[in-house]
Design a protein around this ligand. Structure first.
Ligand SMILES: [Zn+2]
Length: 419
């Protein structure tokens, strides 16, 4: 077992839930006292003092999307009236919009759990290539690195060439930033005549703000000897989840309450099925309840061999608008890609969602790589894999003449009309 950041990461699950519901209840109470906007909002919803006793009670509050938050801030600048007027705000971050976010305090452990899980510690010299200019990223990741004792090079948005010089001159042992920028730095180093693996000491990388595609991860790890970790969060709510050394899902941070909901209703989806990630960060500065990230994921409940007891997110399955809901369950494009990867004998497939009476129907049109008289075993295997990955049952599979589906044909077709 690896050392923990603190013993909250190994709390019994019922204990964690009890602590979290209590914290939500306290935050609702504090928001009612401090914010006239929220007091009015709670009154309109009929939420009274002491009402938040369970997770279901909390679901009575609306989910607030990024778009909605921007509107609210424009109506009532700078913080939409969601702030605690008595709080001491040490920094204000600015996102395009403009949207303003108060920093949630120096004592916050933002990103530190993630860096700890990646094994960064005193003695590490970390190149922080997240921008420090106005946005939250640079300084908050910097803070997390300092919390685990690492030395930070605040290289921010410097050019790839400048980053290579810093890595060389300062003996950087790790990188934090986006995966695509690290790849650009490695490429630049090659142009400058260096062998990244042999000439430099960078052995770890912690990524956020961009997906880390498996092929790119493979290159970092095998070709360049860099142990990679993914971190997930949003400017509005800070860090949300991170990978441990098992690299099978992202542990939820202890400072946030995360729900996986149906974006249409704001209510929890069945356990283990995909839905929108909705986050509330426990704090007494900015009372943003139920922030809807627009990202789709699902919860992994199986215990993790690393010893942390928190649930994990199964990565990001896509954006809410790209997924389709079938019989109450979301099917995301990334899940369909996973199915696709299992069947080299299929050139392309398309799912068609329709309606028969009051039931959704899910049909699949398969364009095989080779013509064949008998697709029965392929059909069976496809049914099974689809059910396992997407959790939804297929009603009917149709095999097409090879070459029927073109690049323009969308992967998901929704034929239902919503009146
Ligand atoms: Zn783990």
């Amino acid at each position: 077992m690896e050392p923990y950041f603190d013993d909250r990461e190994t709390l019994r699950r019922e204990e964690r839930l009890r602590i979290q519901v209590e914290a939500l209840s306290r935050m609702v109470e504090a928001a009612r006292r401090q914010s006239t906007v929220l007091r009015k909002g709670f009154e309109d919803l009929g939420v009274n003092p002491g009402d938040i006793k369970t997770v279901a009670d909390f679901e009575r509050l609306p989910v607030i999307s990024r778009e909605r938050l921007v509107e609210m801030e424009l109506e009532r600048p700078p913080y939409a009236g969601l702030e605690n007027p008595d709080a001491e705000i040490d920094r204000i971050f600015i996102s395009p919009g403009p949207v303003y976010e108060p920093h949630l305090g120096e004592e916050d452990v933002l990103w530190a759990r993630a860096y700890k899980a990646a094994g960064l510690a005193k003695g590490d010299v970390v190149l922080n290539a997240f921008s420090y200019h106005m946005v939250a990223a640079g300084l908050t990741f910097h803070g997390g690195l300092r919390k685990v004792g690492a030395t930070v090079i605040p290289s921010g948005a410097s050019s790839a060439q400048a980053q290579v010089q810093l890595i060389r001159d300062l003996g950087a042992t790790a990188y934090t930033g986006t995966p695509s920028f690290l790849m650009a730095i490695i490429e630049k180093a090659r142009e400058m005549g260096y062998d990244f693996r042999k000439d430099f000491r960078v052995r770890k990388a912690c990524f956020a703000a961009e997906p880390l595609f498996p092929a790119m991860r493979e290159r970092f790890e095998t070709e360049f000897g860099i142990d990679t970790y993914q971190m997930y969060g949003a400017t509005e709510v800070g860090d949300v989840a991170y990978e441990c050394r098992e690299k099978k899902g992202w542990h939820l941070c202890e400072e946030v309450y995360v729900e996986i909901v149906d974006p249409a209703t704001g209510k929890a989806v069945p356990p283990g099925t995909p839905g929108e990630i909705v986050v509330t960060r426990f704090n007494d500065i900015f009372y943003l309840f139920r922030f809807g990230t627009g990202d789709l994921s699902r919860i992994v409940e199986e215990p993790c061999p690393c010893g942390r007891t928190s649930y994990r997110l199964a990565g990001i399955l896509g954006r809410v608008g790209d997924a389709v809901k079938v019989r109450g369950l979301f099917v995301a494009p990334s899940q369909l890609q996973q199915v696709d990867a299992k069947f080299p004998e299929i050139r392309k497939f398309q799912i068609v969602v329709g309606r028969s009476g009051h039931e959704d129907r899910l049909n699949v049109r398969i364009d095989p790589a080779e013509p064949s008289g008998d697709f029965s075993s392929l059909e069976q295997a496809f049914h099974k894999a689809f059910r396992e990955i997407c959790t939804v049952r297929i009603d009917r599979i149709e095999f097409l003449k090879p070459g029927t589906l073109t690049d323009e044909d969308r992967r998901i077709v929704d034929e239902r009309s919503w009146k």
